[in-house]
Design a protein around this ligand. Structure first.
Ligand SMILES: Cc1cc2nc3c(=O)[nH]c(=O)nc-3n(C[C@H](O)[C@H](O)[C@H](O)COP(=O)(O)OP(=O)(O)OC[C@H]3O[C@@H](n4cnc5c(N)ncnc54)[C@H](O)[C@@H]3O)c2cc1C
Length: 467
């Protein structure tokens, strides 16, 4: 079903204009961070607005415990700003963390407090300005252009007037406020569940690893969940404890369990999810202490500031990337990134199953620039998990390395459009691709050439993690 919010067009003449940057980025998650850095590095006066007091989005606010793979199983395909930030975090997190992760590009654990500081520093060093504790809640329209963005914070309400607008809210808030059509969830409105992630201390990694070795890896771990569910010590639902990310030998992050029926664009649902999520963590801590070797003495130190949200809106863009493109590993003339992450759609309720489809090792598909261009708006671009795709592709594109890559492309395009004095559709896409490659991004060996040589595989597979 296609949805559309009534666009706001009236300008409240009483509101003061607080900022007039070339480029404003709303949302300081993976896509917004990369977008702001890329726009600023390419010469645009850039403002990054974030509702919280730190950057990182789901990776910090929701304590998502690890970065999904940067590689296609053979080589890094997410490079550029995303890879830079990953390596900076590894270095900044100290010697022990570095030596644990120095050769890893896939499933690197997130050291959340270090990452927040790395993001602050790298965004500021790029030349972009940051405005925290600020929510964007209205857009002002003039024809097909956004002429202003109304923001709200402790200083009051005011208008940001930029030339170009980047929506990196994860929920396509700006696009929806501007009246861009969007879709949400599956055919019956079903959405992937949320997860309240958390950090524990007092764990014993050596003991846990030994348990996996002695009992046959993840099967035994899954069996502990099944047994606890049978005994009533865990609710029904997700069987797998995926995403245990070891930050040190004793501190681990968890992405475990689901809260169902949450729409991340509704405050009431987010409230219920926060409360139910924290209750579920208490149950899981008891389970881990009782059933899983290595976690007998754990102590909960922190849960997400909000429930982790996997999907909300997907905008209607100039092109909608669909599962057939994914499965045939299609390339496009206007590719701005490559994606190899598997299609990872979590169960919509406790009795359904997860959908998994994956590409062969060393293979990827292209992500076209047009997926980020919302229909009917000339100076707005959307980056991150809400770009124009069908639901299966969203289940793959949504992960943080991809969001960095899309963000870098959106920010670079914004700087080019600002310099040229036009909108996002007027820039030279080949010029954008050239600049992305010069600045470290990887767009495939032969951009624009379709790789139909090997079919993708679907079904149930053994994979290291799910997110
Ligand atoms: C439980 C869970 C586990 C996951 N596991 C992994 C994993 O292991 N590895 C991985 O790579 N990915 C994982 N993902 C996916 C990934 O974390 C997200 O899809 C990704 O962070 C999306 O990035 P984004 O920049 O599009 O949006 P977000 O990370 O959601 O960032 C959006 C930002 O915009 C801000 N914002 C939103 N609206 C406004 C507004 N109106 N005004 C001001 N600010 C606003 C938010 O505060 C937030 O900081 C997981 C997701 C979940 C929920």
């Amino acid at each position: 079903m296609v949805n559309q919010v009534q666009a706001s067009i009236q300008l409240s003449s009483k509101l003061p204009v607080s900022y007039t940057p070339d480029v404003v980025v709303v949302g300081g998650g993976a896509s917004g961070i990369a977008a702001a850095m890329a726009a600023a590095r390419n010469g645009a006066d850039t403002l990054l607005i974030e509702q919280r007091g730190y950057l990182g989005g789901m990776g910090t606010a929701a304590l998502v415990p690890a970065f999904c793979p940067y590689t296609d199983g053979e080589k890094p395909i997410i490079r550029g700003i995303g890879l830079e930030l990953l390596e900076k975090m590894k270095l900044a997190a100290g010697e022990a963390f570095y030596s644990r992760n120095k050769d890893r590009l896939d499933w690197v654990a997130i050291d959340v407090e270090t990452l927040k500081c790395v993001y602050d520093q790298e965004v500021l060093e790029s030349g972009a300005k940051i405005l925290f504790h600020t929510f964007a809640d209205q857009v002002l329209l003039e024809g097909d252009r956004i002429s202003g963005l109304v923001i709200s914070n402790k200083s009051g309400r005011s208008v940001v007037q930029a030339k170009l607008y980047i929506d990196a809210t994860g929920d396509a808030d700006l696009a929806a406020l501007a009246g861009v059509p969007f879709q949400t969830g599956g055919e019956h409105g079903e959405m992937q569940p949320g997860t309240m992630c958390y950090l524990v201390t007092g764990a014993n990694q050596a003991r846990f690893d030994q348990f996996l070795i002695d009992t046959g890896q993840n099967i035994a771990l899954e069996n502990t969940v099944i047994e606890a569910q049978r005994n009533g010590d865990l609710p029904q639902g997700r069987k797998r404890i995926s995403g245990i990310a070891w930050i040190t030998d004793t501190v681990a992050g968890f992405n475990f369990g689901h809260i169902f029926g949450i729409d991340g664009t509704k405050a009431e649902d987010l409230t219920r999810a926060a409360i139910e999520g924290r209750q579920l963590i208490q149950v899981q801590i008891q389970f881990l202490r009782k059933y899983v070797p290595g976690f007998e003495d754990i102590h909960l130190v922190h849960s997400g500031d909000q429930i982790g949200i996997r999907e909300t809106r997907r905008i209607a863009g100039d092109y909608t990337l669909v599962v057939e493109d994914y499965m045939s590993m299609r390339s496009f003339e206007d590719d701005i990134a490559r994606n190899a992450y598997f299609i990872d759609i979590h169960l919509a309720n406790a009795s359904s199953t997860m959908t998994i489809k994956y590409l062969p090792k060393g293979k990827s598909h292209g992500v076209p620039y047009r997926c980020m261009l919302p229909q009917g708006k000339s100076n707005l671009i959307v980056a991150g998990r809400s770009v124009s795709s069908d639901r299966p592709v969203q289940g793959s594109l949504r992960v943080m390395p991809n969001c960095f890559a899309m963000g870098q492309a959106a920010g670079t395009a914004a700087a080019m459009a600002s310099r040229d004095g036009g909108g996002f559709r007027e820039i030279s896409v080949s010029g954008l691709q050239r600049r992305l490659i010069e600045q470290g991004a990887w767009l495939g060996e032969r951009p624009g050439y379709a790789e139909h040589d090997q079919a993708a595989i679907s079904g149930h597979i053994e994979f290291e993690e799910e997110c």
